[in-house]
Design a protein around this ligand. Structure first.
Ligand SMILES: [Fe+2]
Length: 505
């Protein structure tokens, strides 16, 4: 379609064989037909150059040859009227016949030669034959006939025509023939190149589109794969937390808050993902800790055992060894107990030498641990926990990260696009009105999801759902309630979704 439009534009503006007044023989009927023949030749050339489909080419070609035959008959009738049965009439007719035979012969070879070669041969023949035949033979014949009309004999008329045309036309014929020959060849070449270029561009565009589509599919596949990957790590994280003594729900909270801090600090996307993964797996090494180290608060662990406890960070790293996608996350896990002043575990790294992910994770991890009481043995309020983080700013924690985390706790502007494939922050985080306009801490306590096995009397329930239906809201647990939830689980076979408030009021 596009090619045909291009061909039409050029066909009206470029003729391989422009009409020239020197082609006029002086016999109107013949000149009109010559012009029509030249027009048909130009049309055929354009269709050939623009590689129109074979059907179209055949139609134009047949039109040209049929018109040539019709014209030859018209012309021969005129010559016959004046030059009947003369040798020049016979010679002229033979030339016409020869033309038709040559054209048909060239056409018959179109399948055995390359298209380009056929086009070149056919057009070269048509242009040179028409030009030389009209300029030499037809003009000569016309001059003889026109001269005879003045009453001169055929013999005298032929002699007059020979003398007249020889001097005037021979140079002109050569000049026109060579000009037309090269014009035709160059024009065809240019037109063919233009078509080939357009076809190449079209192919390139098609290829580019296919490539784009492939990348889009790949991107989608990657996104699906990544989602599956995140889901697997989440599932793994929940399995780790089934071990008694490992705090359930905390890893998810740590991962999500750490991701928000990373976003607030404009950490690039890949590293943010690693921070998120490290958060989910932060307690992985605790799997190998004995109960006597898992159950008590950190301050209650005997001094001699503290290093063993902290070593879970190294175990966590080792367990992830060989998982390429978690390589960076495993480093963050290893260095989660480094202190900003360089007095931490295991390598005594200081300041910016501590991996950024580890610096972020330690702040969020300790925030939840202080609230819960798993560091000091006493649950703390949000206010007291924030004060604690501020107090340990610069010694334990990167001060910029503590500030960022507190800003996150106050309110979090959410850049949806940045976390497109990572979990969306909860609405309550996005819509948090806490401390937006005031410096006073009125932060709400975190709510985390924990498993039934970890319920203990005294915990503050935010909600318990069975099969999407609310069972309990805002109450303090006692053993009786825990027993009720346990029997309901046994009777219905459904796992409850339990959320508790962290920290003291
Ligand atoms: Fe002729």
């Amino acid at each position: 379609m596009e090619n045909k439009q291009d061909a039409n534009i050029l066909m009206t503006s470029i003729d391989v064989f422009p009409w020239n007044e020197h082609f006029n023989t002086g016999i109107l009927k013949i000149d009109e037909q010559h012009q029509k023949l030249v027009q048909l030749l130009n049309r055929l050339a354009s269709h050939m150059a623009f590689q129109s489909d074979k059907e179209t080419l055949d139609i134009v070609f047949q039109e040209l040859t049929a018109y040539a035959v019709y014209h030859f008959e018209t012309e021969e009738a005129i010559w016959h009227e004046y030059l009947h049965d003369s040798s020049i009439e016979a010679a002229h007719k033979a030339e016409h016949d020869n033309f038709v035979l040559t054209v048909l012969s060239l056409k018959s070879k179109e399948n055995s030669n390359s298209v380009a070669s056929m086009i070149e041969k056919m057009l070269s023949f048509l242009v040179s034959w028409l030009a030389s035949h009209i300029l030499e033979n037809d003009k000569y014949m016309a001059l003889v006939v026109l001269t005879m009309q003045t009453g001169i004999s055929q013999e005298e008329a032929e002699s007059h025509a020979r003398n007249h045309l020889h001097g005037q036309m021979s140079v002109l014929i050569k000049l026109i023939l060579s000009t037309y020959g090269s014009l035709a060849t160059n024009t065809i070449q240019l037109m063919t190149e233009s078509v080939e270029r357009k076809q190449a561009e079209k192919k390139l565009q098609t290829f580019a589109n296919q490539l784009k589509k492939s990348f889009q599919h790949l991107d989608l596949a990657n996104k699906n794969l990544e989602k599956q990957y995140i889901d697997s790590i989440r599932a793994f994280s929940r399995i780790i937390e089934m071990r008694p003594g490992i705090k359930s729900g905390q890893s998810k909270y740590i991962a999500e808050k750490a991701l928000l801090v990373a976003r607030e600090l404009n950490v690039e996307k890949e590293q943010s993902k690693s921070i998120f993964y490290a958060g989910l797996l932060i307690q992985l090494g605790k799997m190998s800790l004995p109960d006597n180290l898992l159950l008590p608060a950190y301050f209650k662990i005997p001094l001699a055992e503290k290093t063993r406890y902290l070593k879970h960070a190294i175990d966590g790293e080792a367990l992830l060894n060989g998982l390429t996608q978690l390589k960076e996350a495993s480093k963050f896990i290893r260095h989660q107990y480094e202190f900003y002043d360089g007095t931490g575990f295991p390598d005594g790294l200081a300041n910016q030498n501590i991996p950024l992910g580890s610096r972020i994770l330690s702040v969020v991890r300790d925030y939840i641990a202080y609230l819960e009481g798993s560091i000091t043995g006493e649950a703390m309020s949000v206010r007291a926990t924030i004060d604690k983080l501020m107090e340990l700013k610069s010694s334990h924690y990167d001060p910029d990260i503590v500030d960022s985390f507190i800003r996150i706790l106050k309110a979090t502007p959410v850049d949806e696009e940045f976390v497109a494939e990572l979990p969306k922050p909860k609405k309550s985080w996005k819509n948090s009105k806490l401390m937006n306009s005031s410096k006073t801490l009125t932060l709400e306590r975190p709510i985390i999801e924990i498993s039934l096995a970890q319920l203990k009397p005294g915990m503050e329930i935010e909600s318990v759902y069975f099969d999407s239906k609310p069972y309990l809201k805002n109450c303090v647990l006692d053993q009786k309630i825990i027993n009720n939830i346990t029997s309901l689980k046994e009777n219905t076979g459904k796992d409850p979704i339990i959320k508790i408030h962290m920290g003291k009021r």
